[in-house]
Design a protein around this ligand. Structure first.
Ligand code: R5P
Length: 289
């Protein structure tokens, strides 16, 4: 088995390769002056079983094009099997036509990944697991909660209370709560589909003097977490921690969460960020083995 670390996941790809004792074939890559991507495999892949690791953030569109180019090149160069590992799958939130006329983005991208020649697809905490059914190839959604829970357990939290900031993350929060042996609750979020404005509300939870842990699949603007954190602080939480699988963290997200009372933000290395301290490499390696 050979691991090809894509341009957006060089460190993670190498970590996975080490864990599964596979050699790597690196990619030479650069940007042309007008921004187009140049990619070249630095070694032979003919007849080989390939694990390509390429996340799709930041610069979702560019990373997706790179992913497609590499898959197609691998097949064209004779790879026997290409397993596409996309730790963060972008565009997954647009999984349905919420408003008349919208593109169903994730479905289009899955079609392209399949058409490029991927034989198998692996991702971590995709926004909605059911979207993987749009793929006609073997597809696996790995649960980041496993590594996140382990990290949280080592923090020695005070009487933790785990909450999801919206209904979509309830299962994730439940899994973390179970591992921590903690109580679990959730907020309800509504987002204005035109302005993007977020409203979060929830039934009072007894978080007084306790460590509240908000768990979500991703943090982008930090608006969802900030709204929930403000409420938790009002209810008397001692500390508010925000843990997510994909710390997208657009500019201003940290400040927004900090102002709302979030004490610590944790994330995994499905995307690289200043808080990507939890590695999903063991999770992916276990699945590949
Ligand atoms: C959406 O349903 C996701 O699970 C996240 O809650 C959301 O994407 C977070 O976005 P933001 O940080 O911009 O509020």
């Amino acid at each position: 088995m050979i691991v090809v670390p894509g341009p957006s996941s060089v460190d993670l790809g190498k970590r996975i390769a080490k864990l599964i004792s596979a050699r790597t074939v690196d990619l030479d890559y650069k940007n042309f002056p007008d921004g187009e991507s140049y990619l070249r495999l630095s070694g032979s892949v003919e007849g080989e079983d390939i694990v390509l690791v390429q996340t799709t953030y930041p610069q979702q569109d560019k990373r997706l094009v790179e992913l497609l180019l590499i898959i197609d090149a691998l097949k064209d160069l004779g790879a026997r099997r290409v397993r596409a590992v996309v730790p963060y799958m972008a565009y997954a939130r647009q999984d349905t036509r919420f408003r008349e006329g919208e593109a169903v983005s994730i479905r289009t991208l899955f079609r392209l990944i399949e058409a490029a020649g991927a034989d198998e697809f692996y991702t971590v905490d995709v926004h909605k697991e059911a979207t993987l059914q749009a793929l006609g190839i073997k597809a696996r959604n790995l649960l980041g909660t496993e590594v996140i829970s382990e990290h949280l357990m080592a923090l020695g939290l005070k009487d933790p209370y785990v909450l999801s900031p919206d209904k979509g993350a309830i299962m994730i929060a439940k899994r973390v709560a179970e591992r921590l042996g903690a109580e679990c609750g959730n907020f309800e979020k509504t987002r204005d589909r035109i302005t993007g404005a977020i409203t979060v509300k929830g039934e009072a939870a007894d978080v007084r003097g306790r460590d509240a842990v908000l768990v979500d699949d991703m943090i982008s603007t930090g608006g969802t977490i900030a709204n929930a954190a403000r409420i938790l602080k009002e209810w008397g939480a001692r500390r508010v921690l925000a843990a997510c699988t994909h710390p997208l963290l657009v500019p201003g997200a940290f400040e927004r969460m900090r102002e709302a009372g979030v004490d610590e933000v944790l994330g995994t290395d499905t995307v690289s960020s200043p808080v990507s301290r939890i590695s999903v490499a063991p999770l992916i390696a276990k699945e590949l083995r």
